[in-house]
Design a protein around this ligand. Sequence first.
Ligand SMILES: Cc1cc2nc3c(=O)[nH]c(=O)nc-3n(C[C@H](O)[C@H](O)[C@H](O)COP(=O)(O)OP(=O)(O)OC[C@H]3O[C@@H](n4cnc5c(N)ncnc54)[C@H](O)[C@@H]3O)c2cc1C
Length: 400
Amino acid sequence: MSGDGVVVVGASLAGAHAALELRRLGYSEPVTLVGAEPHLPYERPELSKGYLAGEVTLDRLLVAPATAYPDADVDLRLGVRAVDVDSALRRVHLANGETLAYDALVVATGSANVRPRIDGLDLGGVFSLRTVDEAEALAAAARPGGRAVVVGTGLVGCEVAATLSTLGLCVSAVDPLPGPLWTALGPQLSALVRGWHTEHGVDVISGTGVAAIEGAGHAERVRLADGRVLEADVVVVGVGARPVLDWLTRAPLTLAAGGVAVDAEQRSDVPGIYAAGDVAAVTAPGAPQPRRTEHYSSAVAQGKRVAHAVVGLPMPSPQQDWFWSHQYGHYLQYAGEHGPDDELVVRPEPFAAFFLRDAVLRAVATVDNGRDLRRALRLIGRPVDRAVLADPGGDLRTVA
Ligand SMILES: Cc1cc2nc3c(=O)[nH]c(=O)nc-3n(C[C@H](O)[C@H](O)[C@H](O)COP(=O)(O)OP(=O)(O)OC[C@H]3O[C@@H](n4cnc5c(N)ncnc54)[C@H](O)[C@@H]3O)c2cc1C
């Protein structure tokens, strides 16, 4: 160690947790947290929910209060992008010309939204949603009575459709896949989510994509691949995300699942470089392949794990990743990873769906039923008694 300390690039969920956890664990060398956005590190999930609805303000989204960083002696550099890394000399170059030396570099640059090849993306009234500034711009354009077309019915698309509809817009949501949240949840649960949307008047158009967004300077209509045309004042494009790796081209990092390949201690194969959050593809002990997740819970846990690895402390016990979604007042939660051929066992009320392969629980999804989610978390990867799962009164604590 040269005394250069830790440079964390990406001042958001994983990065801020890594920086603050280093100090909590007693790390005494310099800690610098570099972020491209001008805002204090904040949490994104509410951007498509309460923040877009005008119910939550930015100060409620902060990972930690402004004072937490000076109090922890974390040197916070906001509004500046890292543009290059020299991993042999252990230096990070910033867009403002500064160079930061490091003993350990934490790559926490998260995801950027995918920009699909659709004509008209640059028209006024076309939005993407990843940052608080984008959420603010969309909120300002979302006027009750307006017509909105949401392109993509993954998690963010579904939530935006639900929020805009609740705000009084007339919403259509379009996706070439057969149903909303199809990849994340599978056909049966997709049908459940479709029901929520149609109940609230959202037109969910599945099985066709968007050919073009048209208008004179501003979006006026969306032309679908099947020839249909939807009138639009606001178009929101949410077709997925990809890890932000463009500033790492000179570091000879191994990539996996689209991200930086790391071991269970978040260490890459380049000495001194760690990765955490959306950008990291983690190979857990005993896991067949690296896995990259784009979830709040994993970004927080991995940020903290990096700090433990840097300080040389034992890793916190691994946690099962899970995510949630709020739509029309429903609280959907999902943990694990299912496959298309898994058997589905459903408890209707309170709703829980269990995905089984060879009598082993692979994944669980619940609606307004945090208790079953919490209990099932401990069962994932273990053989389970199908009859107890299917019985609405069956106690999940006795199921394994
Ligand atoms: C609208 C929305 C809703 C979501 N809802 C949910 C939800 O309900 N549940 C859930 O589990 N997850 C949700 N997520 C996903 C969750 O927010 C992410 O998994 C999480 O933010 C990942 O954290 P991260 O720190 O890895 O990356 P990010 O939060 O993406 O942060 C990366 C940061 O790095 C910065 N950066 C990028 N490149 C550079 C560079 N070169 N130099 C300096 N800084 C850079 C970026 O500006 C950004 O601030 C949602 C995401 C979005 C966008």
